[in-house]
Each structure stands twice: as C-alpha cells, then as structure tokens.
Design a protein around this ligand. Sequence first.
Ligand SMILES: [Fe+2]
Ligand SMILES: [Fe+2]
Length: 250
Amino acid sequence: MNKRVKKTAKRAAKPPVKHGAKPSAGSVGRMGRALASTAAFAAGVARETEGMIRDLASNVASPALDVAAPRATDLLVHQHRTLEKLFERLESSKKGLDATLRELADELSAHIAIEEKLFYPAVRKLKPDLILEGLEEHAMGRFALQRLLGTKASDESLQARLKALKELMTNHHHEEERELFTVVRRAMPNKQLEKLGAAMKRLFDAEMQRGHEAVLATFDDQLNRPVRASSAQRSRPKTSKKPSQRSAAA
Ligand SMILES: [Fe+2]
Ligand SMILES: [Fe+2]
C-alpha cells in the first residue's frame, strides 16, 4: 500500500464527528485564527477593490466635477477629456480650424501652466522621475502646438501636425493619469487635494483670460537655441594656449 492510500485509509477509519459533540479547545483556537485571517484577507481585498474602482472611475470617465472644490486630480482629468474632445472636433471639422484651434490652444496652454506652476511642484517628491518626463513632454507639446498654430489652412502638413500633437498629448494624459495621479490620490488627503484643486482652478481661469499667446510667452523653452551648440561648447577641451600658439606648436 503506498503512502497516499495508507493516509486515506487512516482518515476513513477515524470516527465521524457527532453533531452536538463538544470541540476541543485546540480546534476552537485553530478555527478562530483561520476565521480571523480569512476576515482580514476579505477586508483587504474589499479595500483594494474599492480603491481600484475609485481610480478607474476617476481616470476612465470624466468625473463629475465639484466646481466649488474640485480635487486637483479630478480637475486635471476633466481637462484632459475636454482637450481630447477638442482634438476630435478639429479632426472632423470640414470648415476652417481657426476658432476651435484657438480654443484648443487656450485650454492646452492653461492646462500645462497650472500643472507646471502648481500641481507638479506640489507632488514632485512622490514621483520625481515622472515629473521630469512630464516637463519634457509639455515642452514638446508646446513646440508642436506653436508649429500647428503657424501652419496655413492650405498647407498639406496641417492634418499631420494636428495628428502629431493629438497623439503626443493624449499619450501624455494617459500616462499622467495611470502612473502619477493614482499615486497622488493615495498619498494626499482629500482636503489637501481640494485646496490644491481650488488654487489650480483659479489660475486656470486667469490663464484662459490671458489667452494662449500670453501664456506660451511665459515659458522659457529656448526653441531658437539648438541643444547641439551648447553641448559642443561645454565639451570643448580647456587649454591655456592661444589659437596662434596652438598652431605654432603643431
Ligand atoms: Fe501634463
Ligand atoms: Fe495633464
């Protein structure tokens, strides 16, 4: 008889537990501990699921915005969805792009401004690498936006530039929501998020009033200064000799 068959036979030989029989103190303790750990596990799963559902609801759908006291992350997600709708309107527009493009430029510039001036500094320590990446993507977004704004309606590159800006910003929005906002919501209490959101909303309204030309002018993107030139200058070897002395030595 192999081991498994022996074990099964032993178990079957044990007398069945009678109803009403008093369980031993040891088995009550074991059962209690098992029940307690099952309950703790279930509570943990419930908490985790609730958090996931909350994140999903805030990220996927445009959340119903509390206009008086929006949480910072909800305000930004709401603006992402508005921008994406504007991109879709522009892509399907048969008429001129002018009015909608200006609206998109105002919204996008004001959105980037409140992230860089208020939101990113407030959450930087939570995900410093993502903040640096976000700043680079904003700079690329501003460049693509300026390029699009300077394109004539008759230019064959107009749709390509619009598509490039849309893809750039949509990917950026989804990355922010998936990787940054989820962490921020877990780390910052609601009261703090609401206080930050209210300040961001005030600045957003002010930036929308100023318009994209004024807002974009406040960023120091140094678009006219090629990166290659400055790094070439830095990498030039130091020498105490004057150019005339160097040629004489050679
Ligand atoms: Fe952003
Ligand atoms: Fe954003």
